[in-house]
Design a protein around this ligand. Structure first.
Ligand SMILES: [Zn+2]
Length: 303
């Protein structure tokens, strides 16, 4: 028997789904790159199917029996009198009315299922609209080309050779599946960045717009992939070099020297905090002023 004082599990799942999608759209970009939202929808559809099957198996809900329970009759010890009988008749009439209003016992679960699917479809549409009106996808082809050329030029300076940066709109290489911000073959000549990182770099380079930690992360990712292209395979070393190169990339794309330095210093501090989960990305203790990984021993600020 269902406990009617609590929301159904299906209701809780739907509230949770709406909250998650709202957070995904409005929340930190880290959530976007870490959480494959289409997988969330797949799970939501699966749960709706499970709720439907469960409801159909359980059969129609029983109308509650409002007559005195046997335990009450035993305790109070009276036989039903005229008044109680009248009330019973009234209740029976009401039950019949309720049953008449729902002629098919399986309709409510099916209706709830259709409602659930409708909600999921609406959320998918919302995300698709947000994605196509904002962000990298909202820019036209020539703008994509100009931006990618600019990023490629910056990466080439770090790599010490001609390399190409691609903003992976199809997400074949980065994004939903790998949970990575970028991909590059060590020593290769091309790297792929997620559209989110490309858009943050575009906003800095072409619109003079900065969103502190996102802009900082995007600069670090571009420089990180460029160091891979230069031939650095070790993740921690590539990241340490990237945070140092990121200062100049940031300055060249429009930041002041001081802002670019503060951003990369913050990235270095966050790297230590992120550590536990992604051990291979943790920079070594040598990533400090005067350390073995310090690219410019003459400079006293780091990165
Ligand atoms: Zn890497």
């Amino acid at each position: 028997m269902e406990d009617l004082t609590w929301p159904r599990p299906a209701t809780l799942v739907r509230i949770g789904l709406v909250a998650l999608v709202a957070l995904w759209i409005l929340g930190p970009s880290m959530l976007r790159s870490a959480l494959p939202i289409w997988l969330v929808f797949l799970v939501a559809v699966g749960l709706e199917v499970q709720f439907l099957v469960g409801a159909l198996r359980a059969g129609p809900r029983q109308a509650p029996d409002r007559r005195p329970q046997q335990v009450d009759l035993d305790r109070y010890g009276f036989e039903p009198d005229e008044d109680v009988l009248d009330e019973d008749d009234l209740d029976d009439d009401q039950d019949e009315l309720e049953v008449a209003a729902e002629p098919h016992p399986f309709l409510p679960p099916v209706r709830r299922f259709v409602l659930g699917l409708g909600l999921i479809a609406a959320l998918v549409l919302a995300i698709w609209l947000v994605d196509s009106r904002t962000g990298w996808d909202s820019l036209d082809g020539p703008t994509h080309g100009n931006a990618a050329a600019r990023f490629s030029a910056e990466a080439s300076r770090i790599a010490g050779k001609e390399v190409s940066i691609y903003c992976d709109e199809s997400r074949d290489y980065v994004g939903a599946v790998q949970h990575a911000d970028g991909v590059a073959i060590v020593g290769g000549d091309r790297a792929y960045l997620t559209p989110e990182r490309c858009f943050d770099l575009y906003r800095l380079a072409f619109e003079d717009e900065v969103t502190w930690s996102r802009t900082a992360r995007a600069l670090a990712v571009l420089a990180h992939e460029a160091w891979h292209l230069r031939g650095v395979g070790d993740e921690g070393t590539a990241e340490c070099y990237a945070l140092q190169s990121g200062v100049e990339v940031g300055r060249r794309l429009g930041l002041s020297q001081g802002t670019a330095e503060r951003m990369m210093r913050q990235q270095l501090a966050e790297n230590a905090l992120r550590g536990a989960g992604t051990a291979e990305y943790v920079v070594s203790p040598e990533c400090r002023d005067g350390g073995r990984l310090d690219l410019d021993a003459s400079r006293t600020s780091f990165p």
